[in-house]
Design a binder for this molecule. Structure first.
Ligand code: SF4
Ligand code: SF4
Length: 257
């Protein structure tokens, strides 16, 4: 018996649209993608988006003003399942990195006392801090293969299995020479795998954009980095860059967050 096609919506909030672009740029899969479900809304790719009930809503980007919070709540109310895609939606993204001074002080420095009429800005939040999220797919941007795997599993009503190992495991499988051993600052040991270690495979250190790996030992990585002579400031900057709300407690302590 043919399965009923599910109604799907894809929406972009504060971010670079990179996750939706990953989908749009997967030309070889787009026909199947549009054929497998009713794509009711796709903010980057369609103009005839609607407000009907959905089986699954995919949300890209963080929530950075009150109007977006209302919008995502409305999407949640009419969706059976809500999936956060990309590190901005999952963790708040670079725009919620832990830096000083506070958001209020930085905001004032840029906008002064000017009154903004169009939106009511707020600190950037992961979608999960505003509405219930049923499944999260991190990445900056997401990996196309991982997205289409997750999409297929959700269409079949199954829970996708996500990597529970760090980027270092993918480095080993690719037989990369470890950058840390070459004296390059890398946070692969505490970052969730899934990107196929794309940065270290090109001799670039992992910056942690996939967010923290489950059960990663941030304490021991911080101790190792100190032992290797990295300054506290360098460790704070790198470890506070990604993962916004998702950073482990030990890193929060280190950042005084
Ligand atoms: S290069 Fe980075 S990600 Fe790769 S094994 Fe070394 S520490 Fe881990
Ligand atoms: S190696 Fe690290 S910084 Fe690069 S894409 Fe993967 S998780 Fe992101």
């Amino acid at each position: 018996m043919e399965r009923k096609k599910l109604d799907i919506g894809l929406y972009g909030f504060t971010g670079c649209n990179g996750d939706q672009l990953v989908i749009v740029h997967s030309e070889d899969k787009l026909l199947d993608f549009f054929g497998a479900a009713n794509i009711k809304s796709f903010s980057l790719a369609k103009s005839d988006n609607d407000e009907s009930a959905l089986d699954i809503a995919f949300i890209e980007g963080s929530i950075a003003n009150r109007e977006q919070a209302e919008h995502v709540k409305h999407i949640r109310e009419r969706s059976r399942m809500l999936v956060a895609i990309g590190s901005c939606a999952v963790y708040g993204g670079i725009q919620s990195m832990h830096v000083k001074p506070s958001w209020e002080e930085r905001f004032k420095k840029v906008y002064g006392n000017n009154k903004l009429d169009v939106r009511t800005p707020t600190p950037s939040l992961p979608v999960g801090e505003v509405v219930k999220v049923d499944f999260s797919l991190p990445g900056c941007p997401i990996d196309a293969d991982q997205f289409f795997y997750v999409f297929g599993q959700l269409l079949r009503g199954q829970t996708p299995a996500m990597p529970d190992y760090p980027v270092c495991a993918e480095c080993r499988w690719k037989e990369n020479e470890c950058l840390l051993l070459k004296g390059i600052f890398c946070v692969g040991p505490v970052t969730a795998g899934g990107c196929q270690a794309v940065c270290p495979s090109h001799n670039l250190p992992c910056l942690g954009c996939w967010g923290p790996v489950k059960e990663g030992n941030a304490d021991s990585h911080i101790a190792l980095l100190k032992e290797k002579g990295y300054s506290l400031e360098a460790i704070q900057n790198r470890m506070g860059m990604h993962a916004g709300a998702g950073i482990p407690e030990s890193v929060k302590k280190l950042l005084g967050a």
